[in-house]
Design a protein around this ligand. Structure first.
Ligand SMILES: [Zn+2]
Length: 415
């Protein structure tokens, strides 16, 4: 499985300057190749005897002309322009397969990155060696073992990161997902199915980042409110600065830094949640929010709304796959909130403001989110039983079922 670890770098000034130059070269090569691609495609449309554009041909062409036309390209690793054009080829491939939109030109300050193939760098503990540059300090050591495939150096606000892609052949160092009964003592008031081993339902929400069917509520990241307050103040202060002034530029940089900080806090909370869930539970039931116009009258916590439900599910699925667990996504019409988890009665309506409700059929008092999570857990467990074709075969065959929704996710940088 290909998996990426993104690590903050501590470059000195010379190294940071080199990064900026290499990223600039990569961006230039990408944009040059995209323009060439469009031109050659138009030419091919007019005359089919001409070759269709391809990334390999464009790389050869750039190699042939760069010494004469773009001599400054030779100052940085040859990987910077080459890998950028390979990525353009991948972007076109994704476009033709209907997976992505038409490739766009890269912008300075937005797409500052370059990629190195594995023969062009080496890693030693908490440092990485880059051609023309020597050793650069990393804030952490590489977390995964396996064959190192590539490294992408990128800038976020004023910081540089390296994302190292590893082909992790061996997941055995990871503890397997637990397939044992959880401690049910912490559950208060909610009806529980006692035979659910190592299964959990997860309700993503507004008030909490997530509510589990065990009754646990996982709060959103803490520093959030303070940072958002600072964000508002900084945005106001930026709008008062004169356009084109040095003060405006400084305020803009400050704001970008804060945005990156908030994104990092949210990303961290999401990673912690998905790691914790896949560690503790074998079978995880989640809602299907991956629908356009899903907003309806429901609002997700900022951490998940910003990152996207897709990212939550992506992390959950690849982490579960690494630990031998499975993720079951509910049918998009599954009424997780409106169904009583005790007797199965389905309400016609349940306003979002109603945090607690009493079932009119069986009289059980429900916490809205815990009830939804319990329904998702039951859904996940019964889907496993149904897949085994035998009522009550539950636990034994659970691991034998091929998780339909689990796919091998590659966390390459988007191209
Ligand atoms: Zn009921």
């Amino acid at each position: 499985m290909l998996i990426a670890h993104k690590i903050a770098l501590d470059p000195n000034n010379v190294q940071a300057t080199y990064f900026a130059r290499a990223a600039g070269t990569a961006r230039f090569a990408y944009n040059w190749a995209l323009a060439e691609w469009k031109r050659q495609y138009e030419a091919w449309k007019a005359d089919n005897s001409l070759p269709k554009p391809s990334q390999a041909a464009l790389r050869r062409r750039l190699n042939a002309i760069k010494a004469e036309q773009f001599p400054w390209m030779l100052e940085v690793t040859k990987n910077a322009p080459q890998m950028a054009i390979i990525q353009l080829g991948a972007a076109f491939k994704n476009f033709f397969a209907g997976r992505a939109r038409y490739p766009q030109f890269r912008k300075k300050g937005v797409h500052d990155r370059f990629t190195l193939s594995n023969d062009q760098f080496s890693i030693d503990g908490s440092r990485i060696r880059i051609p023309h540059l020597g050793w650069v300090r990393m804030r952490e050591t590489l977390r995964f073992t396996g064959k190192i495939m590539s490294a992408t150096v990128s800038r976020v606000a004023d910081r540089w990161f390296v994302s190292i892609v590893v082909d992790a052949q061996d997941d055995s160092h990871l503890p397997k997902a637990k397939n044992e009964p959880q401690d049910k003592n912490q559950v208060s008031g909610e009806f529980r199915r006692s035979q659910n081993q190592g299964a959990v339902g997860v309700d993503l929400g507004v008030l909490a980042l997530a509510t589990l069917s065990t009754g646990e509520k996982i709060p959103g990241p803490k520093p959030h409110k303070a940072l958002l307050g600072r964000l508002r103040r900084l945005s106001r202060s930026l709008s008062r600065k004169v356009k084109g002034s040095a003060n405006r530029r400084k305020a803009k940089a400050k704001l970008a830094k804060l945005h990156a900080r908030i994104a990092a806090v949210r990303s961290d909370a999401l990673h912690k949640l998905t790691t914790d869930l896949t560690r503790r539970f074998h079978t995880i039931g989640v809602e299907n929010l991956n629908v356009r116009g899903m907003v309806r009258n429901r609002h997700l916590s900022r951490s998940i709304a910003d990152m996207g439900f897709f990212e939550f599910r992506r992390q959950l699925e690849y982490k579960a796959a690494m630990r031998g667990g499975r993720v079951v996504v509910a049918d998009r019409f599954f009424a997780s909130s409106k169904t009583c988890s005790a007797c199965g009665k389905k309400l016609d309506e349940l306003p979002l403001s109603m945090r607690e409700w009493t079932c009119s059929s069986c009289g059980v008092v429900h916490d809205r989110d815990v009830n939804a999570a319990v329904n998702l857990e039951n859904m996940a467990v019964s889907s496993t039983v149904a897949a085994c074709g035998e009522e009550g075969a539950g636990r034994r065959c659970k691991t034998a079922v091929k998780p339909a929704s689990v796919k091998q996710e590659v966390s390459f940088e988007p191209v």
